[in-house]
Design a protein around this ligand. Structure first.
Ligand SMILES: [Zn+2]
Length: 264
């Protein structure tokens, strides 16, 4: 078992030989079975996750070798301190745009989006290899980095910011359905895709939409163009992934997918 995890990590536990008498219990977090052999654990902002079980297992990512074992694993979760948050440097035009948008409005907007991205509709295709949301990705602000908006309270970045000059094509990271297309002073123009199993991806601050609400999209398809709408310091793509409302670290998710998907 890995002993250290970060908020937003995506742990997969594979049970290739699940037998009668085998069991797995996971405390302090949400977990679900993706299929009869694979459990899927999202790590939220809690200090530790305890995994207890008896089986032969392999652990995706950090541990790949099969073991026949009774195990107790405690995964400690690193939570960055909010006191180390950096102040968002918003241009004057963005501050003007946000002048009537209060902290309570921002909380309400986050809650509204979370409601869209929490239900489990359809099943997740564990075999699909995920695509990057841009042809080239360069992270300019990492997952869970603490930050403070001007005049507001510190919070954790729930996605990653990717370098994207204006009007860079934004790609669907996996097959999915457009479950939300809209705009707000916070997110700017935003698209949310449902990938089944409680997994959703979000693409924010777009300058243009290229898909309709309700549309089925294919992995790698252009769904819009990047921009600087919403609460932004400069043009970029904010990309977010969540599972049942728990934000996941998108980079770790891409790595996990690359290790476990069926390469075409
Ligand atoms: Zn961001």
């Amino acid at each position: 078992m890995p002993t250290q995890a970060n908020v937003g990590d995506f742990l997969e536990i594979h049970w290739p030989n699940r037998k009668k008498g085998s069991y797995l219990s996971i405390s302090n977090t949400n977990a679900t079975w993706l299929n009869h052999q694979t459990a899927f654990v999202g790590v939220a902002a809690r200090p530790s996750v305890t995994i207890v079980g008896r089986t032969s297992y392999t652990h995706g990512g950090l541990f790949r070798s099969p073991r026949e074992i009774f195990f107790t694993g405690i995964v400690k979760v690193d939570i960055p301190s909010l006191s180390k948050s950096s102040l968002l440097r918003l241009p004057a035009s963005v501050r003007t745009r946000l002048s009537n948008f209060s902290e309570a409005d921002a909380d309400a907007e986050f809650a509204r989006l979370k409601k869209i991205t929490t239900p489990v509709h359809g099943s997740f295709n564990f075999h699909e290899c995920w695509h990057r949301p841009l042809h080239d990705i360069r992270v300019t602000s990492g997952f869970a980095s603490p930050r403070t908006p001007p005049g507001g309270q510190p919070y954790y970045h729930t996605g990653i910011d990717l370098h994207a000059p204006m009007r860079t094509p934004v790609l669907a990271a996996a097959d999915g359905q457009v479950v939300y297309k809209g705009e707000s002073p916070l997110t700017g123009n935003i698209i949310i895709l449902n990938h089944g199993g409680g997994i959703y991806s979000e693409y924010m601050h777009l300058s243009k939409f290229d898909v309709a609400a309700g549309a089925q999209v294919k992995r790698g398809e252009t769904i819009g163009l990047s921009g600087a709408t919403g609460r932004v310091e400069a043009p970029h793509l904010h990309w977010e992934l969540s599972w049942q409302g728990i934000p996941l670290n998108p980079i770790r998710f891409l790595q996990a997918s690359a290790q476990t998907c069926d390469q075409e």
